[in-house]
Write a protein that binds this ligand. Structure first.
Ligand SMILES: *[C@@H]1O[C@H](CO)[C@@H](O)[C@H](O)[C@H]1NC(C)=O
Ligand SMILES: *[C@@H]1O[C@H](CO)[C@@H](O)[C@H](O)[C@H]1NC(C)=O
Ligand SMILES: *[C@@H]1O[C@H](CO)[C@@H](O)[C@H](O)[C@H]1NC(C)=O
Ligand SMILES: *[C@@H]1O[C@H](CO)[C@@H](O)[C@H](O)[C@H]1NC(C)=O
Ligand SMILES: *[C@@H]1O[C@H](CO)[C@@H](O)[C@H](O)[C@H]1NC(C)=O
Ligand SMILES: *[C@@H]1O[C@H](CO)[C@@H](O)[C@H](O)[C@H]1NC(C)=O
Ligand SMILES: *[C@@H]1O[C@H](CO)[C@@H](O)[C@H](O)[C@H]1NC(C)=O
Ligand SMILES: *[C@@H]1O[C@H](CO)[C@@H](O)[C@H](O)[C@H]1NC(C)=O
Ligand SMILES: *[C@@H]1O[C@H](CO)[C@@H](O)[C@H](O)[C@H]1NC(C)=O
Length: 850
């Protein structure tokens, strides 16, 4: 996505280039083959064209000054004219209709509407609508009502349910053949409407339900580049139209008076369906004078309608991509193993409500339950229930009707229920809605909680309780402290003068919330495990205190982070870290096993990772050779997924804020695990940026906006990730300033090599084994995209994951210009010391916020 797309799709010879331009067509002045009709805005032009390599010519509309040109409308797509015919014309006939005539004056195409006189005029509107007006200037026909494969701003797409009139897009047959192809894009007449594409009559792609601002099946749609759409429904007229309404009229007026060639905006965009079924949103980019594809679908197999069959969910980040819903099993195990998923899945346990009451045991049966799945593309074929006030009513309606298989309550839509096979479900990593699937109680018998989250799709255990507990904690923190409802709150007082019962209450709460997951270690057991914090057990020294290796009585190895009482990590941070880390579980995150909070001691116990931290390999003259390209790429992908999890997939959106090589730990299989999210702060749902009082992070990894303004967002982590990525490829530190005698930082060095076409030179010479150059290039390219100066230019982590896996096109990065050197002070430099194992050795730099 977001990729440069040189619109090579539409290449054709414009014979009309030398033609004379006119501004209208009237009965006495037809448009001749060697003429063009211009819009007043001079943006659009209508004329005759011949696609590259074609023997046909067509009358059509295209953008005047954007090359390669893009034909947005074709009059006679299925009635071509011979391209040798130089006497074709578009004229107003005796019946007042527009007619396309060939050299023999025979009719090829006509508007065929009822007109009361032949004094009609045809013009091309500023927006590219070819309109026919009667003598009273009423529009009697417009090309916007009969689109071909493209919608431009202000054009409608949709249908009139009453008259059955559809305004749908139909693809070209091939790149150079405008005749009707097999792909159709439209808006379905159901409530809520869906964006839908078909391959002939077979569903091919589904944008999901319209939630009044986006389609729930298009997770990118809430990003800025997909905004600017409205869906207008008129119950009386029975119409439902989707409108691309990017144009700002006053802005548009500005174009009128400005130079024609100087299109200083990004509204020259269109959406079209290509001959191979791909949907694209393309904008004109002034900077590069090129068409730029901002969005494209389908981009993965999961986006193809019904890839996984019924009762199965698709996830691009998982292999295999299809998995049965909880409580379902593959219809055919063999097909499933052959990765033919279209047969889908079937129920493992019959629903209670479906049981034959006369035969089954009447007692001991429990009512059906609902399984909650979050961040979902909701299945197709929903039924909308208009009179449900809230989610509870929606649920109880569904529970009471045995044919109801699932429900979802989306606040902007209302209650949707499903009674047919659940098909075309996708697990997203961003956006999406909650879907509740009906299951027999037995189907979940092994689950403790009635409602569990199915984000286990990513191999993650998520926890509803965590959100609950944390929200409570946050609410308390935000000043509800006087009510003192939750024991967790009581802990927030000063550790030293707390009363006896306070920690007990807190611990009680802890045990309730975390019983199965976290251990509260006694200080004695920690002393025993670490041999009284013996110096020989010390793994490293971090900003917040030393880290020791320990061994529990059962032989299990642990890493113990003992926070020094003078550490800058206060009670706040400590609580933050415990509560968050314990709930954040992902195979690319270091696991917190427990903690110890006796007296003044604040101790965190983590899993121990035998290969310690990545910097011990990467920057070690000999050991870096152990990192083959495959391992490096595996690490990069793992870190990206871990970070994506923190940003998007965990119950809380977490920003790491101190991502760096020494915070990447490796297990015996060289699987990367991100450590130290103690600094991470949660932020509230809609708030994207949070201003912090002080900046905590590590030089060389801090994004410009973070280092200078203390402003952080997910994009600051993306920046750090980019630095990390380039370091992993090159085995060079961003903070080492000397490369080949030049005074550069790694980013600028990487940029110079990349833009000079020598990106592979950045690669660590120690990598001697086989590698795929395109993969290395892709990593460097993604790294450069991540370290762009402006946060808005950087991709988000889900894009990064897709780009790394080659599933998404790569836009051009902008040159990084920010250098941290201006901030460097000798003390900060000296704090960049090496540590043998710096899992928790945060190099802390405190800059005063401005
Ligand atoms: C037309 O198509 C041919 C082959 O399909 C290609 O080589 C040529 O460059 C194209 N011409 C233009 C003007 O795009
Ligand atoms: C356009 O073609 C017509 C005949 O079809 C001819 O009379 C006229 O001179 C041509 N105009 C130009 C500008 O070539
Ligand atoms: C327009 O209509 C009038 C009367 O109906 C007719 O005399 C005239 O020839 C028509 N003009 C054209 C160009 O067809
Ligand atoms: C014009 O429309 C009429 C009725 O609306 C239809 O019967 C006729 O076939 C159409 N003619 C053409 C050429 O499309
Ligand atoms: C579209 O459908 C046709 C059969 O009708 C099939 O051959 C073709 O592969 C399909 N295209 C895509 C992109 O699925
Ligand atoms: C439209 O553009 C003008 C000029 O750029 C601007 O002043 C105005 O605020 C814009 N209006 C809207 C609704 O965006
Ligand atoms: C383009 O827009 C920017 C700001 O929107 C303005 O500063 C610049 O002068 C404009 N350029 C032209 C050529 O109009
Ligand atoms: C229920 O069981 C009875 C007797 O076994 C059988 O005749 C009937 O068809 C069953 N009904 C359903 C809906 O399965
Ligand atoms: C149960 O749901 C089905 C399908 O949505 C519907 O046709 C039927 O009328 C519902 N039954 C009741 C009693 O509401």
């Amino acid at each position: 996505m977001n990729a440069y797309f040189y619109s090579s799709v539409i290449l054709f010879l414009l014979r009309a280039l030398q033609s004379r331009a006119v501004f209208n067509i009237i009965a006495s002045e037809p448009l001749l083959q060697n003429q063009t009709l211009l819009s007043n805005s001079q943006i659009f032009v209508l004329g005759f064209f011949t696609p590259n390599g074609s023997k046909n010519q067509y009358a059509g509309i295209w953008y005047k000054n954007m090359t390669p040109s893009k034909v947005v409308w074709v009059a006679n797509r299925d009635q071509p004219l011979a391209n040798t015919d130089r006497s074709t014309s578009l004229t107003i006939g005796a019946d007042g209709n527009l007619k396309l005539l060939d050299g023999q004056q025979s009719l090829v195409w006509s508007t065929n509407v009822t007109v009361n006189s032949n004094y009609s005029v045809a013009t091309l509107s500023d927006y590219g609508n070819f309109v026919l007006q009667d003598a009273n200037s009423n529009e009697i026909w417009g090309s916007f009502d009969e689109p071909t494969d493209t919608v431009v701003p202000n054009m409608k797409l949709g249908l009139n349910v009453k008259t059955g009139k559809k305004v749908y897009l139909v693809s070209w047959k091939s790149e150079n053949d405008p005749s009707s192809g097999s792909f159709v894009l439209g808006i379905t007449p159901e409530t809520p409407p869906q964006a839908f594409a078909w391959n002939r009559s077979t569903p091919y792609w589904r944008g999901g339900q319209w939630d009044k601002s986006t389609f729930v099946g298009i997770p990118d749609m809430d990003s800025t580049y997909m905004s600017g759409f409205t869906l207008q429904q008129d119950a009386q007229q029975g119409t439902s139209y989707f409108i691309l309404n990017n144009y700002n009229n006053s802005f548009f007026g500005y174009i009128f008076i400005s130079s024609v060639n100087n299109y200083n905006n990004s509204f020259f965009g269109y959406i079209f369906i290509s001959s191979d079924g791909s949907l694209k949103q393309v904008d004109w980019d002034d900077g590069t004078d090129k068409w730029l594809t901002n969005w494209k679908a389908p981009t993965s197999r999961c986006e193809i309608y019904g890839t996984c069959g019924p009762f199965s969910v698709c996830s691009s980040l998982k292999l295999p991509i299809c998995s049965c819903l909880k409580g379902f099993k593959p219809r055919s195990k063999e097909e499933w193993n052959r990765e033919t998923w279209t047969g889908g899945c079937i129920r493992e346990a019959e629903l209670q409500c479906q049981r034959n009451t006369s035969t089954s045991a009447p007692v001991t049966v429990k009512e059906d339950i609902f399984l909650k799945m979050s961040q979902m593309k909701l299945p197709d074929s929903s039924n909308y229930l208009s009179d449900m006030a809230d989610a509870e009513e929606c649920q109880s309606w569904c529970l009471s009707n045995c044919s109801c298989l699932a429900y979802s309550y989306v606040s902007t839509i209302g209650c949707m229920v499903w009674s047919e096979e659940l098909i075309d479900i996708e697990q997203f990593t961003t956006a999406g809605e909650d879907l509740f699937i009906r299951l027999a109680h037995a189907g979940l018998s092994k689950q403790k909680k009635v409602i569990i989250s199915l984000s286990t799709i990513f191999g993650i255990i998520l926890c509803v309780a965590a959100i609950y507990g944390l929200c409570k904690w946050r609410a308390n923190k935000r000043g509800m402290s006087k009510t003192m409802k939750t024991p967790a709150l009581l802990y927030s007082g000063d550790m030293t003068d707390r009363s006896e019962e306070v920690p007990n209450a807190w611990e009680e709460q802890w045990r309730q919330d975390n019983a199965s997951e976290l251990t509260l270690f006694s200080f004695d057991s920690i002393l025993l495990a670490t041999n009284n914090f013996n110096i020989s057990n010390k793994l490293g020294q971090g900003g917040f205190g030393p880290v020791y290796k320990g061994k529990l009585k059962d032989g299990k190895e642990i890493a113990v982070k003992r926070l020094s009482s003078s550490s800058s990590q206060g009670v706040e941070e400590f609580k933050n870290e415990i509560l968050m880390i314990s709930k954040l579980q992902h195979r690319n995150l270091v696991r917190l096993l427990g903690c110890c909070t006796e007296g003044e001691e604040k101790i965190l116990v983590y899993e121990y990772l035998s290969n310690k931290s990545l910097d011990a390999f990467l920057f070690h003259s000999r050991k870096k050779a152990e990192l083959s390209w495959d391992i490096r790429f595996h690490i990069v992908q793992g870190v990206a997924r871990g970070l994506l999890y923190l940003h998007r997939d965990s119950c809380l959106r977490v920003i790491h804020r101190d991502l760096k090589v020494s915070n990447i730990l490796l297990n015996e299989k060289m699987d990367p695990k991100i450590s130290d999210f103690g600094l991470a702060r949660m932020f509230e749902g809609t708030e994207v940026l949070v201003n912090t009082h002080r900046v905590v992070g590590t030089l060389g990894y801090m994004s410009p906006e973070y280092a200078m303004g203390g402003i952080f967002s997910e994009k600051s982590d993306v920046y750090s990730f980019g630095v990390l990525l380039l370091e992993i490829v090159s085995s060079k530190k961003n903070t080492s300033l000397d490369y080949h005698g030049q005074h550069l930082n790694l980013l600028i060095y990487a940029w110079q090599l990349w833009s000079g076409g020598r990106a592979l030179d950045l690669m660590d010479e120690a990598i001697v084994d086989a590698f795929a150059p395109p993969e290395v290039m892709r990593c460097i390219h993604v790294g450069l995209l991540c370290v762009q100066d402006h946060a808005a230019d950087r991709p988000n982590m889900s894009h990064v994951v897709l780009m790394l896996s080659g599933e998404s096109d790569l836009p051009q990065p902008k040159q990084p210009t920010f250098t941290f050197r201006s901030l460097t002070t000798p003390e900060i430099q000296s704090s960049q010391q090496e540590s043998r194992w710096s899992a928790n050795a945060i190099t802390t730099t405190v800059l005063e916020g401005r």
